[in-house]
Ligand binder design. Structure first.
Ligand code: PEP
Ligand code: MG
Length: 328
């Protein structure tokens, strides 16, 4: 069906009843930006900036970061790119970053990583903020922070970026036309305080990889647990449903950037919850777009509502049969 998916490249990502679903890609390297044209995506919904740090032998200097961000923005043209600030630490430890003896971690995924580390070692974050701001001169900078657990972490990170912006203004540097701030929802605790965070956000992005690991207390890399918990389980879908509903109340665009959105049936379930933006691996864009163009979103949303309200235990089977009946 490869040729069939390729033929979809220039066709809109719209359901039978006219719901527009933004299809973006996850990326991390300079070359990934070229995938945008190849698969016909709407932008980069997650640019994992830590990749550059992980493949370097030494800490990438600010100028080097800036060059990468600029190249990615140039490749994206007028399509949006959402840059995620570094998610390092924990299991993505950098060999050149010195750690003290008391920094040994038994549970690195739940450890000193991502925004936690970035706020403590703020030199790293300041350099990255400047690189992002300068690379986005004349454009919109979309920036989001990983592993936010409480609103103050987001606020502190945004303040840090704003300080860099003020500094650049003082230097008479050319600046982005706008900076849009987002947070990743991947720590379940954040869902309980979204009413406090959402008024400050331009967008929210749900990272289902870490979110499910923390919801089920199941290591995302553990081979024995890989098949144990289903993304189409009632617990996850009800959780996501609540998040989508509150984002609607606060009118904050919400997307999913975890691997879940790249699987056709899972993507269908997310659309059934009201999600209208998915950021997925480039190879999934074709199959997911084919599904989108075949479904009726309103009908699917009614089905999802029924399934969630009735507490159906066989969601995967029910969604599969719904899709099969419609030749999806
Ligand atoms: C996630 O956790 O779902 C996510 C998108 O981020 P990463 O996979 O890089 O942790
Ligand atoms: Mg994550």
């Amino acid at each position: 069906r490869r040729a069939e998916f390729a033929a979809l490249r220039d066709l809109p990502s719209v359901t039978q009843d006219g719901a527009r679903i933004e299809l973006m890609v996850n990326a991390g390297l300079r070359e990934d930006a070229q995938a945008l044209d190849m698969v016909g995506a709407d932008g980069i919904g997650l640019f994992r900036t830590e990749f550059q740090f992980l493949v370097s032998a030494t800490l990438p200097q600010r100028e080097k970061q800036q060059r990468l961000y600029k190249d990615v923005l140039d490749a994206a043209g007028d399509r949006p790119v959402i840059f995620r600030t570094v998610d390092i630490g924990g299991d993505k430890a950098l060999p050149y970053m010195t750690r003290e003896d008391d920094e040994h971690e038994d549970n690195p995924a739940m450890g000193w990583r991502a925004i936690r580390l970035a706020l403590d070692r703020d030199g790293l974050m300041k350099a990255q903020a400047r690189a992002l701001l300068e690379a986005s001169a004349g454009k919109v900078l979309n920036i989001m922070f990983p592993m936010v657990s409480e609103p103050w972490e987001f606020e502190e990170a945004r303040t840090l970026v704003e300080h860099q912006r003020q500094w650049l203004i003082g230097q008479k540097k050319k600046l982005p036309v706008a900076v849009r701030y987002g947070a990743m929802l991947e720590v379940p605790a954040l869902a309980e305080v979204l009413d406090l965070l959402l008024p400050q956000l331009d967008f929210l992005s749900i990272g289902t990889n870490d979110l499910t690991q923390f919801l089920f207390a199941a290591d995302r890399a553990h081979p024995k647990l890989a098949e144990r918990y289903d993304w189409l389980s009632l617990a996850i879908l009800r959780f996501l449903d609540r998040v989508v509903r509150i984002c609607e109340i606060y009118k904050v665009p919400v997307g999913v950037c975890g691997e879940m959105g790249g699987r056709t049936l899972e993507a269908m379930a997310l659309i059934g919850l009201g999600v209208r933006r998915l950021s997925i691996t480039p190879a999934s864009v074709g199959p997911v777009k084919a599904m989108i163009r075949a479904i009726d979103a309103a009908e699917l949303q009614a089905l999802m509502r029924d399934l969630l309200d009735s507490g159906a235990s066989d969601l995967r089977a029910q969604l599969t049969s719904w899709a099969e009946q419609r030749n999806i």
